[in-house]
Design a protein around this ligand. Structure first.
Ligand code: AMP
Ligand code: MG
Length: 357
């Protein structure tokens, strides 16, 4: 049985938080909203509780978890050394959607870090997350609260869809304000390396750490792609996703053509794209859309990438529930949070990319 408690995202009810904190303290699992996505939390110092996270998610034990803290003051409890660049980033972006990888303290169980000598740490800004961790009084290890490899949860309903019956409690604080996961910066190496684009943008990081190394996968759309095997299956709906990279009219033209071709072969085709592109596609797929063979759904405006990020996973899940066999996806470019959207779509596509010039 999974209980759900509604909480005000701005002023979380103390009784609900106390109940959730008690579950964490006795080794249970609580899903809670953060500013990025919903997390599935357990006491980071309790190896049995950590094992339950991996079981509930079906997550391979080789994939390490992020440890969440109520405030920067707790950093020394989890990290054995904090280099100056890490301090600078923490001061600028905590509380917020930035995760730092640091050398770990021995108290952090190996199960949390998948046996690595480093630990990923973040101080979330969401009031519910902070209240939960303050009341629990322990660091909280929390991956995203979805089944492994599924799109991340940005609403309590997504958590229940994936994990209902497998976890103790869900704190429902409404939709999460950023909608994609935290940015990960590895500070165990110098200069630091951007490992995952997210809520804090590459542009923001470079302003503070000019020699930051940006990995190929986190770089611009259209630059070198790592070997297919390197792409972890992740954020994937049931439909088989293909990502279309390129600009404006040419991409719309190509997606329209491919959608008509696939529908002609008998596939049910989903299109996941920015609002502007869905509008431009409408006349190209009108007949197929009215017969239900092509479903084009917009996750937000290209001109407002923050809004697009917020709605990305919810729209991906909703479209997937309509049952398409294939999903053709278009991103919003690689500027600012567009880089995180591109990264998630690329992983959902498991490397299936069509470059349109
Ligand atoms: P999630 O909790 O689903 O947002 O995923 C957490 C991700 O953080 C992992 O999949 C890793 O990519 C990354 N991560 C966590 N711990 C470490 C670590 N010690 N070193 C490098 N990356 C890490
Ligand atoms: Mg995840």
């Amino acid at each position: 049985m999974t209980r759900t408690l509604a909480v005000d995202p701005e002023r979380p009810d103390a009784a609900a938080i106390a109940e959730a904190a008690a579950v964490i303290r006795r080794g249970g699992l609580v899903a809670f909203p953060t500013e990025t996505v919903y997390g599935l939390g357990a006491n980071a110092l309790d190896a049995d509780a950590i094992r339950r996270i991996f079981e509930a998610k079906g997550r391979p034990s080789t994939d390490p978890l992020i440890v969440h803290l109520a405030h920067v003051g707790q950093l020394e409890q989890v990290a054995s050394h904090v280099p100056p660049e890490a301090r600078r980033l923490a001061r600028a972006f905590w509380a917020g959607p930035l995760t730092l990888v640091l050398p770990k303290r021995p108290e952090i169980p190996d199960a949390v870090t998948a046996g690595l000598p480093s630990v990923a740490v973040r101080v979330p800004a969401h009031r519910v997350a902070r209240a939960l961790m303050e009341t629990a009084g322990v660091p909280v290890a929390a991956p995203s609260a979805n089944r492994f490899a599924r799109p991340s949860p940005t609403r309590a309903a997504h958590v229940l869809e994936d994990l209902g019956g497998r976890i103790d409690l869900v704190l429902d604080g409404g939709p999460t304000p950023i909608g994609v996961e935290s940015t990960i910066v590895d500070c165990t190496v110098s200069p630091p390396v951007l490992r995952r684009p997210g809520g804090v943008t590459r542009e923001q990081l470079l302003a503070l750490v000019p020699d930051l190394v940006v990995e190929a996968r986190a770089a611009d759309a259209g630059t070198a792609q790592p070997a297919p095997g390197q792409l972890l299956r992740h954020y994937a709906p049931r439909a088989r996703v293909t990502l279309y990279e390129g600009t404006g009219a040419a991409v719309v033209e190509r997606v329209g053509r491919d959608a008509r071709h696939l529908a002609g072969q008998g596939s049910r085709v989903g299109i996941l794209a920015p609002e502007e592109d869905v509008m431009a596609l409408a006349p190209r797929i009108a007949a197929l859309a009215s017969s239900g063979r092509v479903m084009a759904r917009a996750f937000g405006p290209r001109r407002d990438p923050d809004e697009a990020a917020r709605r990305l996973f919810d729209t991906m899940r909703a479209l997937d529930r309509e049952g398409p066999d294939v999903m053709l996806a278009i991103g919003v470019g690689a500027e600012a949070i567009g880089a995180a959207i591109h990264d998630r779509l690329l992983r959902a596509a498991e490397g299936r990319v069509v470059r349109v010039r």
